[in-house]
Design a binder for this molecule. Sequence first.
Ligand code: HEM
Length: 517
Amino acid sequence: MVLSAAVGGGSVTGVFTVTGATIALAATVVVLIVVLALCLGGGGGMGAESPPPAPGASCIGGHLKIMTGETPPWIILNQIGKEQGDVMSLKLGHWVIMLNTLAAIKDAAVNFVKEMGSRPTNYTSNLLNENGKDISLGEYSHDWLLLRELGIKNLREFTANKKLEEIAHIVLKKLGDDLDQRENQPVNVKDIMVPAVAGILSHLCFGFDADPSIHDRVARLFGGGLYKYIVGPRLPVDVIPSLRFFPSRALSEAKATVNELNGLLRSEMKRHEESLDTAMTRDLMDGIIKCRNHARETEPDKYKFLTDTHVYQVISNYLGGTTAGFLVSSLTATALLVSNSDQQEKFSAEITKAVGEDRVPGLDDREELVYVKATIEEILRYACIAPISVPHKTTQDITFRGFKVPANTGVLCNFYGLHFNEEYWPEPFVFKPERFIDEDGKFKSDEHMYPFGYGARACLAQTEARQMIYLILSWLTHRYSLCRAPGEEDNDLLVQDPNVKVAKAVAPFNLVLKRRF
Ligand code: HEM
């Protein structure tokens, strides 16, 4: 998923290389036209019966400056939202509405599943999903629903019977051998989490018989170039689409990265098709090809939309969803555990008590590990990777909480306002796993938690994501004590990564690993 998938704007980055006076003049004209278009309708609101516009819109650019400033946009929008009530509207290139309260978000999640179930599109999203042929960035339609169903079915069936645990343990064993060589030395958190997260996902998707260089390329793509496009600032072309006609280094780099990914996916799909074994499903790529074959054989008319591109884009979505959701959460998780050593010790001690020192924690251990489950829930609350949500879009004209909202309006939710609201969570910025443990010492969930989004677009891998985060964190803290790097003892590890604009993500930091036994 692209976390900012067309908030219609957002911060822009990259170097725009203009060659020659004619192009420069043409670019200036285009920019002026766009500025004029933004200016017209900048502060006037969506219409008389529509949600009230948030204050602070400028004639030029509407509320876009909120998305581009130094302060993270969710902090500003949360402040504004507190005054505005259930719903407000913002001009971020296009008009979007923002749901500010639990009541409004619940209403959307329960009663407007289809009506708020689409996604806005932009240049980058069309580039990534080859014009709408995927789950994460595709617009809501009958065919899109069928593709999402196939994506879920494949994931559920392949990861049943502890396949995820089996693969995670193999990948983590190798990572442990590598990390042991770096014991007691500063290690960057990304050097732990990228191989762990991308390694598990890449093996889930492409199997153990893939060329090992495939897994390295997946780690490099998703830990680097694609991480930038998925959670980083928008490309200028997503704010001003006409810029696609002009040469741009940022755009060429984006195209090269997407071409590399799609080339890798196509060649892996071909390799899998040529060696497909009907009796055995080696990995998620085998699984989705079999889902496609079965759908074509049994209901050819219903699935005639299903091209090869749709098939490998599902795999791309597993990898992209993992990068955006899981990699970002795991960086914050490590920062929280290093910064809160008492909680880390309690977390590790509960695992060691249940598992001992001679084996690694498995999924069967999880049920009795109440403090571990509560800590992971507190991590998901604090990480809140999509603080203003991944944008949805309305599929039709609706009346929502008394307001008229036209079709194709972007929909944002103030999840930050729920996850950090002191009415629901006393001392919301303090890391307290105990919030999720009841008086009887049992794990308790909470209705103000929305780490995986909502409605038709809710994360399709919540079960697997919870399993993975448990498997990685329990393995890591059982084996190592995670300590602050020398000379960096007083650093705040929870500062926002300045290169990440729409996701809440900590800046990469160093830590030191010490074997516990
Ligand atoms: C801790 C880990 C994760 C978190 C916090 C997370 C969070 C999210 C969020 C907030 C969304 C957007 C929901 C919305 O628009 O309302 C999402 C969507 C998605 N996630 Fe995850 N995710 C995680 C792990 C994963 C993993 C491991 C996968 C794949 C194996 C995955 C695949 C997807 C996909 C494909 C979508 C798009 C769904 C759609 O548009 O229909 N996620 N995730």
